[in-house]
Write a protein that binds this ligand. Structure first.
Ligand code: XIL
Length: 369
């Protein structure tokens, strides 16, 4: 029996006894320790910093952070050649000082990316200029933080949701497949020690999974294979595609990369859009749970989360990190996307209290030998 098994077993017995005595279950084991031997637990680091209580929660429960917006192209290079490093520098330094691993997010993405990359005066910039700008941006950003970053999301969301291979974006229009290849090459040169990751949503779903596999093969052919692929993991309550996720983990691992779950949350407010296309906003603001979540919904959320972590633990030899997209419900982007509504998608509530889902994860974290 591994140490983790023993801890989980003890915890299970302790919790069951507490439940039998009808006491509230409170778990003293932390998330990062529960999965220490399986994978690194991470969370998103929001812009503008955290309160002392939030830092306390973060450093107790998590071993890694991903800056939520502060390292995106729009944040770091809003105008050509004019970099704004101050906030990102502070985020990285503070995280490193607190002993956290930092995952950089994101070098190249079609969203939160200024237009100047693609323009020259009033006209479209020629291919060579766009390519130079891509290389320069990646070299400057990945180079600046080299030695401090555990990993980088190098390219985000390059794959098409519908027809076609690559998403139709200014990057793919300007450079075709080369934009992905060149981004990985430039990142490797700038920070050879960082783990490089291709990151996308819905790549567990069969059509997009095949495209992701094709992309990994293409990158391999060009000697630019990433170290990891990130399944973002923005899922919906009651609709988590467990079987697809497992198949995708196996398929990506077979291509020679590690798998990371990079932006996990479970949306409890019904919506029409699957995935996480941030441009897919909807106007109708629904707010079915403005206060807390009804107990039966908390239970359902707990079941989905527990089942997910059981699956991740089963494939711990293939998964190197699981990152939640937010520290607690008050910090979730799902309060704002696809429309403004109060969400309850994470493991701690707005008062920083652990939810049933956290206990369920810890109780069900059985790691097979
Ligand atoms: C989101 C942030 O959480 C929001 O604060 C921001 O307004 C939009 O972007 N996929 C990604 C993340 O890769 O960068 C997105 O983050 C969520 C979807």
């Amino acid at each position: 029996m591994s140490r983790l098994d023993a801890v989980v077993l003890l915890l299970f017995v302790w919790c069951s006894t507490a439940a039998a005595r009808d006491e509230p279950v409170s778990v003293s084991l932390t998330l990062k320790d529960a999965f220490k031997e399986a994978f690194v637990m991470g969370t998103a680091l929001p812009d503008g910093g955290l309160s002392a209580a939030e830092w306390e929660l973060l450093t107790t429960q998590f071993a890694a952070v991903t800056p939520e917006n502060g390292m995106k192209p729009a944040a770091l290079q809003p105008e050509e050649g004019r970099f704004r490093w101050q906030e990102a520098d502070a985020m990285v330094a503070e995280s490193v000082r607190r002993g956290l691993r930092v995952n950089g997010h994101v070098l190249i993405w079609h969203e939160q990316c200024p237009d100047w990359f693609f323009r020259r005066g009033e006209a479209d910039a020629p291919r060579d200029l766009v390519l130079k700008r891509l290389r320069d941006h990646v070299a400057a950003v990945a180079g600046r933080y080299a030695g401090q970053m555990q990993s980088w999301d190098v390219v985000n969301e390059a794959l098409a949701d519908g027809e076609g291979f690559l998403r139709d974006s200014l990057w793919s229009r300007s450079l075709g497949e080369d934009y992905v290849i060149e981004a990985f090459r430039a990142a490797r040169l700038a920070d050879p020690a960082a783990e490089l990751c291709y990151n996308d949503y819905n790549i567990e779903s069969p059509p997009k999974r095949d495209k992701a596999t094709r992309l990994l093969r293409l990158l391999k052919e060009h000697e630019a294979l990433p170290d990891a692929i990130g399944i973002q993991g923005h899922w919906l309550l009651g609709q988590v595609p467990f079987d697809d996720i497992e198949t995708a983990i196996l398929a990506f691992h077979a291509e020679g990369v590690k798998v990371m779950i990079t932006e996990l949350d479970i949306d409890v407010v019904p919506r029409n859009t699957q995935g996480a296309d941030i441009s897919a906003r909807s106007d109708n603001s629904t707010n079915p749970f403005p206060g807390s979540l009804p107990p039966e919904m908390e239970e359902r959320l707990a079941r989905d989360y527990a089942r997910l972590f059981t699956l991740f633990a089963k494939h711990r030899d293939k998964i190197s990190r699981v990152t939640l997209w937010g520290l607690h419900d008050g910090r979730s982007w799902l309060n704002h996307w696809p429309s403004a509504r109060t969400n309850h998608a994470l493991l701690w509530d707005r008062q920083l209290q652990p939810k049933k889902a956290l206990n369920a994860i810890l109780q069900s974290a059985e790691i097979p030998e």
